[in-house]
Design a protein around this ligand. Structure first.
Ligand SMILES: [Zn+2]
Length: 421
């Protein structure tokens, strides 16, 4: 399959000067780390990520924004508002997964900057100062972490966690920070909490197909799901696949399969947004002619509501116990990870709905199953997120594509949101 990002970009219809600028900027950023297959390779704390940040910083300075970089490499461009004691913040990340596309992250940065550019052209001063932010290493491809810049900004990273960071070449966080002229002290000195953020907004591609199916360009994110991981070990007894009669078996994989095949019903029983997946499983001893004595699997379960997330965790554990009840198999359940969901204030959602209506858009609500930088900011400050239609829902893939006119709609609606806040 050959990817044709440049062909698709060339075929885009652009209806305004703003759309033409969005198009040119997405294209210009895409050149930095563009792969042979026209995908993107711009990993966190790489030369490419740095070059992309510099390019955006030039555009920021071009409209009189004051630009600075913090100890985590996050870039902030400030456009003065009537009241400089608070900020409206908007942005996203500009790194990509190793073989990604050109919209995940970059779309949020370029659209946030477009709002300031339109204000600059119109000589408009927002109520509060407006800060466009580029968070470092959101994808976590460098250290296998994720949300690195935004978590550092919010003081959510500990020395203990960053000490474990090693990239594939064996570089530590100190090596990487040295390359960007920072060090661990500056990295860990959180700034976010000293900030007076009135609200943080993030535009992101949907990475799913709901908007495409509804034929809508933009949607309102109703909440960001928190991921939970439950380790479950089913134990039976290994035995000879030929000589053990069916009536005398304690096959752990047969039970695990029963558990997995009925797991979707468990999630559906919690809420419309609840999801549960088994994507990793280990069968022991793992011989073709041996009855599986032990199966270890991980359930990734998510919900956007805290109470429902708790119910989901319990339901997964109960489901494991129910599956093995009255059998010769045992199940051991261990919750290893729980990231709290980030709710979005209903008041903020209704303000956004009003902006959608003023911009002649249908205000559809969508949950976010994936994590975004907004999650970090949302632990302390109000946030809002917009999803923009993704072609076929493809993401983290060179084929990822979003029409520029759809991005342009997100600019109009978010600009309206800030202007009426
Ligand atoms: Zn992203």
């Amino acid at each position: 399959m050959t990817n044709d990002f440049l062909g698709k970009m060339a075929a885009e219809t652009l209806e305004s000067a703003s759309s033409r600028r969005l198009h040119a900027r997405i294209l210009e950023i895409s050149e930095i780390g563009r792969t042979e297959n026209q995908g993107s390779r711009r990993m966190g704390y790489s030369e490419e990520e740095l070059a992309a940040k510099d390019r955006v910083a030039d555009w920021m300075e071009g409209i009189g924004m004051s630009v600075r970089t913090d100890g985590a490499g996050n870039v902030f461009g400030r456009y003065r508002g009537q009241d400089d004691s608070k900020v409206f913040m908007a942005g996203s990340h500009i790194d990509s997964v190793p073989d990604g596309g050109h919209f995940d992250g970059a779309a949020g940065v370029i659209t946030a900057l477009e709002i300031a550019t339109l204000w600059y052209e119109a000589g408009y001063q927002p109520k509060y100062s407006y800060e466009v932010v580029i968070f470092s290493d959101e994808e976590g491809s460098r250290f296998g972490s994720g949300l690195t810049g935004s978590r550092a900004f919010m003081g959510m990273l500990t020395e203990e966690e960053i000490n474990k960071y090693r990239d594939p070449e064996g570089q530590t966080i100190d090596d990487v920070l040295g390359n960007i002229g920072s060090d661990r002290e500056q990295f860990l000195s959180a700034e976010g909490l000293d900030y007076n953020i009135e609200i943080y907004a993030e535009v992101h591609i949907e990475q799913a197909k709901q908007l495409e199916q509804k034929e809508l360009p933009v949607g309102i994110v109703s909440g960001i799901a928190g991921a939970t991981r439950t380790n479950i070990t089913f134990r039976g007894e290994a035995g000879h696949a030929g000589s053990t009669p069916m009536t005398e078996r304690r096959d752990a994989l047969v039970k695990a399969s029963e558990f997995i095949s009925t797991l979707p019903e468990v999630a559906k029983g919690i809420s419309r947004e609840a999801v549960a997946t088994v994507g990793k499983m280990d069968v022991k001893p793992g011989g073709v002619n041996v009855i599986p004595g032990e199966v270890n699997l991980v359930v990734d379960a998510r919900d956007i509501d805290t109470d429902n997330q708790s119910k989901l965790i319990e339901a997964v554990a109960e489901h494991a116990e129910d599956t093995v009840r009255d059998s010769s198999i045992t199940a051991e359940v261990d919750l290893t990870t729980r990231v709290m969901p980030i709710p979005i204030d209903p008041e903020v959602i209704s303000r956004m709905e009003a902006s959608f209506k003023r911009q002649d858009l249908l205000p559809v609500h969508l949950p976010s199953g994936a994590g975004h930088d907004a999650m970090s900011i949302g632990t302390e400050f109000p946030i809002t997120m917009l999803f923009v239609r993704s072609l076929k829902g493809i993401s983290h893939n060179p084929e990822e594509f979003t029409h520029i006119e759809d991005l342009s709609r997100s600019v109009q609606v978010l600009k309206d949101f800030f202007e009426n806040y």
